[in-house]
Ligand binder design. Structure first.
Ligand code: GSH
Length: 209
């Protein structure tokens, strides 16, 4: 049994999407950021970072969205969220999950949370360096998709497409949204057409792309 601690449209989205793709039972617990619930002692016992997502698996709390995506894919091979171990596509599954978690997610985190660097707001030079880092990372993915897409792993959809699309969504109000790159936009369109994406919008009460 799973319990997902989430906040709408945040890093918990990819885990929620994976659970919907799998179709297994799970319980949802909303963490209200407006009430700073992520920093309450009871939540910090589950996730010492005070962030979402946390996924409680058979009573044991785990965090880090990409790790949770990979773990769910492993626990539910029938959902085909990942290519099987030993298959030709397996190295690319690890590679792109880590790329998104490493090259993109932390840059977004700094973009949206200047307080992580002790600032109320970023200085313009830092903001433009973060922007450059995010855009250059997207350019790499766009080139890859144009050559080997339409999905991150090629012809077949996988869980890493959910991760990519969640991250693309976060750029929607940034100076250059990821969907301005053609192959990225096409990937986002495919993922957004999936029943899991539409159901997540209903469950999390999201409206904006
Ligand atoms: N690397 C973590 C990042 C998690 C993260 O930064 N979550 C944000 C929402 S996107 C959060 O919980 N923010 C609340 C806060 O930092 O107070 C992951 O991928 O799970």
């Amino acid at each position: 049994m799973y319990t997902l601690y989430y906040s709408p449209g945040t890093a918990s989205m990819v885990v929620h999407l994976a659970l919907l793709e799998i179709g297994c039972p799970y319980e949802l617990v909303k963490v209200d950021f407006a009430a700073d619930e992520q920093h309450r002692p009871e939540y910090l016992k589950l996730n010492p970072l005070g962030r979402v997502p946390t996924l409680v698996i058979d009573g044991k709390p785990c965090f880090e969205s990409t790790a949770l995506l990979m773990l769910l894919a492993e626990r539910h091979p029938e959902a085909a969220l990942a290519p099987p171990p030993g298959s030709e596509a397996r190295p690319a599954w690890y590679q792109w999950n880590v790329y998104f978690a490493n090259a993109l997610a932390p840059a977004y985190r700094y973009w949206f949370y200047p307080a992580d660097l002790g600032q109320p707001e970023h200085a313009p030079e830092l903001k433009s360096a973060l922007r450059e880092r995010i855009e250059s990372a997207w350019a790499v993915v766009d080139r890859h998709l144009a050559e080997r897409g339409p999905y991150v792993l090629g012809e077949r959809f996988s869980g890493v497409d959910l991760l990519a699309t969640m991250l693309m969504r976060w750029s929607r109000n940034m100076p250059r949204p990821a969907t301005e790159w053609t192959a990225l936009r096409r990937l986002a369109e495919r993922v957004r057409a999936r029943p899991s994406w539409r159901r997540l919008y209903e469950l999390e009460g999201l409206t904006e792309w």
